[in-house]
Structures are given as C-alpha cells and as structure tokens.
Design a protein around this ligand. Structure first.
Ligand SMILES: NC(=O)c1ccc[n+]([C@@H]2O[C@H](COP(=O)([O-])OP(=O)(O)OC[C@H]3O[C@@H](n4cnc5c(N)ncnc54)[C@H](O)[C@@H]3O)[C@@H](O)[C@H]2O)c1
Length: 332
C-alpha cells in the first residue's frame, strides 16, 4: 500500500529525553514538517516538550500512534526499544526516523527493514555524523580526489559508557565511527578482526578492531573508557590516501595535508551547546533529509540497510574477540 503524496509531514516524537528534544528542535527548523504530538513514559517530560512545540503530550507512544493522524515518527527511546517501536509505527503505516544504533540484533534489523520495504515506507537511521559539518567536508574532499585513492582510515575515541541508552561502548558510541569510516571509505567491509572486553564495568567498555574493505582499504577503530572518565573524552580520525591525508576531531578542526604542501586547516564552531548553531544545523539537515525523502518518494540517505551494516560489524567484532580470529562478512 503506497502512502499518498504529502505536502507537509505530520510528525510524532517518541521519547522526550536528550535526543527526543534534539529531534523536536530539528523538526522545528525543518520546512514541510509539523510536530503534532510527543510521547514519553515520563509525563512531565512529555508535557514540557509538548508545550514548547504546541503539540499533544502522551505517556504511551502506542496510544499516540493510534489516536493521532500522523505521517511519521522519530524514535529516541533507549536502544533496546528501537526495533519494537519502529515495527509498531511501520505496521500502523508511518514513516520512521530511528536513532542509532538501529537495533541490537540482525533479526531485529531485518524485521524493521522488511516492514518498511513491504509497505513502501521510509526507514531512516540517525547516524548523525553524516551531517556534522567537518565530517561532510571530509567526505567532499575524499570524493573529489584531493587525497587520491584511500589507503587506510582510523578513529580513536575515549568516551563514557552509554549505559543510560541500554548500550555498551560499541553499540552506543563506536557505531558512529564505524558508520563514518564506512561512508568515507565508500566501500563495504569484508573482514573484522577485533578485541572487546569488560574491563571497568559490566558492559563492553574497551575495544579495538581492524577492518578490511572490498575496495582494498583498511581501517582501525579504537574505543576506550577509563575509570573516572564519565564525559565525552576525545575522538580523532585520520584518512590516509595516495596523495595526502585528512585529520579531524569531528567537531572543531579538519586538517588537509597534500604531498609537499602546507597543512590546510578548516575550523568549525563545534556543537556550541544544545541549541548552538552547528548542532541545530547538523540535526535539522538530518531531519530535512528524512522529510524530503518522504515528500519526494525516494529512499533516505541512511536507510535501514545502512544502519544494519554497522550492527553487523559490531556483532562480527564481538565474535572475533571471542574466537581470536578474523570474521568474514556477511555474518551467517
Ligand atoms: N545521534 C546522536 O548523536 C545521539 C545522541 C544521544 C543519544 N542518541 C541515541 O538516542 C537514544 C536515546 O538517548 P537519549 O540520550 O535521548 O536518552 P534519554 O535517557 O535522555 O531519553 C530516553 C527517553 O525515553 C523515555 N522512555 C524510556 N522507555 C520508554 C517507553 N517505553 N515509552 C516511552 N518513553 C520511554 C525515557 O523516559 C526518556 O525520556 C539512544 O538510542 C541513543 O543511542 C543518539
């Protein structure tokens, strides 16, 4: 059953925590979208967000989906609930913008993709680093040949354990850099050789992996937590090519160094706080892509199949750590 062509997309926000509030802010800057209702099991949170955007509050997202005349929902619930809520909305004929990580198992990812595809509904995954300014600049520089053919990529991150989201450090945070590195490499991953363990908590909290790509490139991703580090820590990525290299901290600096030339530095203003201009721009570019893809009747830039690839790599990483051997994709 095809959804009729829309001129304006009526959106319901599922989850009114940190990222739900971000989604609402982003939709408020997105043309051709309207926030109609919001839902959170915490009544106070739902009421506060609803009053800010003149929407209707609900404490049960299923009731919101059944009662309101919505076209789409954005899902900012803890990650273990992503699949259940996405499938519920898709079965009620709604387009879905679901936060990362898409889900925790490939079976859940496949169910989400199948429910969307068979109903010709859009399912977009919130891999937000595809919309941060410097990550987009890096993609542009790579795709326009400034550093030649990619040889290798790397990311090293130190961060808190994202237990509030129901995630370990791989599902909660490394998922961003797996996605970014895949996107920059412009190729699919062939093998994953990793180590991952619980050293300072009950979650996977320190991990490292080497990935090889079908186009011959390779990458290393390292993600760490140490006791006492509850905050953002740091993150840094490199891309080495046959003609030069890129280096970025993702939020404030991007260096391009070409053979025999001075380093060129691009500055960005960082996130600038919750409603800082760069953060607003990042997330409203993402919600605009979701809304435009619905209105134009095309796939979004990051459909379910792309979100699934990141989950497959994480599962292969954990399997490799258990067996001590590289794991070839696809996972069986
Ligand atoms: N793209 C990004 O940069 C980014 C940043 C932060 C978080 N996230 C993702 O967003 C998701 C949520 O993270 P967060 O930081 O907003 O968490 P949060 O704890 O701030 O918010 C989650 C909200 O979900 C509500 N909730 C929980 N169970 C519910 C249910 N059954 N029904 C209705 N409401 C329910 C909670 O009351 C809470 O308000 C996670 O998957 C996380 O990975 C993405």
């Amino acid at each position: 059953m095809m959804k009729p062509t829309l001129e304006k997309v009526k959106v319901g926000i599922v989850g009114c925590g940190y990222i739900g509030r971000t989604h609402a802010m982003a939709f408020s800057y997105t043309p051709k979208s309207e926030i109609v209702a919001v839902a959170d099991k915490d009544e106070q949170r739902a009421k506060e967000l609803a009053s800010r955007y003149k929407a209707k509050p609900y404490t049960d997202y299923k009731t919101m989906i059944e009662k309101e005349d919505l076209d789409a929902v954005s899902i900012g619930l803890p990650s273990p609930l992503h699949a259940e809520a996405s499938v519920y909305a898709l079965r009620h004929g709604l387009h879905v913008f679901c936060e990362k990580p898409m889900a925790h198992t490939l079976e859940e990812c496949d169910m989400m993709i199948e429910e969307a595809r068979k109903r010709s509904l859009n399912l977009m995954i919130g891999q937000s680093h595809r919309y941060w300014q410097l990550d987009r600049e890096a993609k542009w520089i790579i795709d326009n040949g400034f550093i030649g053919e990619i040889i290798s990529l790397s990311n090293i991150t130190m961060t808190g354990i994202p237990e509030r989201w129901g995630d370990d450090i791989l599902m909660g945070t490394a998922v961003h850099f797996i996605d970014t590195i895949r996107w920059w490499a412009g190729s699919d991953v062939e093998t994953v050789y990793g180590k991952a363990g619980s050293y300072v908590s009950k979650w996977i909290d320190n991990a490292s992996a080497i990935l090889t790509f079908k186009n011959g490139a390779f990458a290393s991703i390292e993600i760490y937590n140490t006791p006492g580090n509850r905050g953002q820590g740091f993150m840094r990525s490199h891309v080495f090519g046959t003609e030069g290299m890129l280096e970025t901290d993702h939020y404030t600096e991007l260096y391009l160094q070409k053979k025999g030339e001075q380093k060129v530095l691009l500055h960005s203003m960082g996130s600038g706080g919750f409603e800082g201009p760069n953060r607003v721009k990042t997330f409203s570019l993402e919600t605009k892509e979701f809304i435009d893809s619905i209105i134009e009747g095309r796939d979004p830039a990051v459909p379910g199949e792309e979100g699934r690839k990141n989950i497959e790599i994480i599962l292969a990483w954990v399997e490799s750590s258990k067996t001590g051997k590289p794991v070839k994709l696809p996972l069986k």
